[in-house]
Design a protein around this ligand. Sequence first.
Ligand SMILES: [Zn+2]
Length: 147
Amino acid sequence: MSNQKNRVPAVEGWFVADGEAALLGSQCNECSSYFFPKETFFCRNPACRGSEFKEVALSQRGKLWSYTNNNYPPPKPYMAPDPFVPYIVAAVELDKEKMVVLGQVVSGVEIADLKVGMEMQLVLDRLYEDDENEYIVWKWKPVTEGN
Ligand SMILES: [Zn+2]
C-alpha cells in the first residue's frame, strides 16, 4: 500500500492535468476567437455565425489584470478546503489570446506581492483532498527572477 493519492482534476476537461499545466479553451473556426471555458455551440462574437470550434491549449503566461482577496468560502457546488482558508483570486490576461482568465493565486503569495501588469504563470496545484484523491486545479503564480 502506498500513501500516494491519485491526482485528479477538480473539474473535468478544463485543463491538462498531467505534465505541463495548460488550460483548454476553444477557438472558433470562422473568426478565430478564443473562449474559456470551452464554447461548443455558438460563437459569442456577435459579428460571427460560427458554430464549429477546435480545442486549443491556451497560453501559460499572461499579465495580471486585477486581483482580490476572497475571505469567504464559495457557494456550493464549488468545493473549498475545510476549514476555509482565505485566498487571492487573480484575473490574468493571457499573452496570446488577450482573454482574461480567473484563478486562485498559489498559497504563500500575499496581496502586497502583487502588482497589476506583472507577469503570471499558470501552475497546477491542489484545490482540496479527501481520503483517496488530491483534486487538482489551475492557479496563478507570479513570475519571479529565476523561474
Ligand atoms: Zn466566431
